[in-house]
Design a binder for this molecule. Structure first.
Ligand SMILES: Cc1cc2nc3c(=O)[nH]c(=O)nc-3n(C[C@H](O)[C@H](O)[C@H](O)COP(=O)(O)OP(=O)(O)OC[C@H]3O[C@@H](n4cnc5c(N)ncnc54)[C@H](O)[C@@H]3O)c2cc1C
Length: 129
């Protein structure tokens, strides 16, 4: 849930930024490459949200199995780390919030470690093949 919330926030911050920032006399959002990249990011965020909601529903029904939970954990936290690495707006947000870069690097890595390291999640999934 934390990972998907962070992904959605990074996307929202980035969309706000590319609407406000002007280059060559027009907003960044008007450039087709920006539009394509953000279309990809929005799709990934949506897929993550739908998968997460499906896991929550299964958990509430007592039907969430370990393999599916492991898929959700590794995939959403990896996607979260990608979002934070590539989003210039997210980097700007960290600078404006006066958050030093190094602790943030540690925090984003920790998502892939705590709650069970992502390599272990993949090992659990692989055992079900
Ligand atoms: C900030 C923080 C908060 C935490 N909070 C809690 C908490 O509230 N409650 C709780 O119970 N625990 C908590 N933990 C512990 C956390 O769940 C463990 O750190 C996590 O499960 C990883 O286990 P480990 O530290 O033993 O790492 P290890 O298992 O020693 O893994 C170290 C590295 O080796 C890799 N690795 C390990 N085995 C394999 C393998 N077979 N193949 C390939 N790579 C492998 C891992 O992916 C990882 O990169 C917390 C940890 C941190 C850092």
């Amino acid at each position: 849930v934390q990972a998907v919330a962070a992904i959605e926030r990074a996307l929202g911050v980035t969309v706000d930024y590319v609407k406000q920032r002007h280059v060559f006399g027009k907003p960044l959002l008007d450039l087709q490459n920006t539009r394509f990249k953000l279309a990809e990011a929005k799709t990934q965020a949506h897929v993550a949200r739908v998968f997460l909601d499906s896991c929550i529903e299964r958990l509430m029904r007592g039907e969430l199995d370990t393999v599916t939970a492991s898929m959700a954990k590794w995939w959403t936290t990896d996607l979260q780390c990608q979002c934070r690495r590539v989003s210039p707006a997210a980097r700007r947000l960290r600078l404006h919030a006066r958050v030093p870069d190094r602790p943030d690097v540690r925090r984003r890595q920790v998502q892939r470690i705590y709650g069970g390291a992502n390599e272990i999640m993949k090992e659990i999934i692989a055992r079900s093949l």
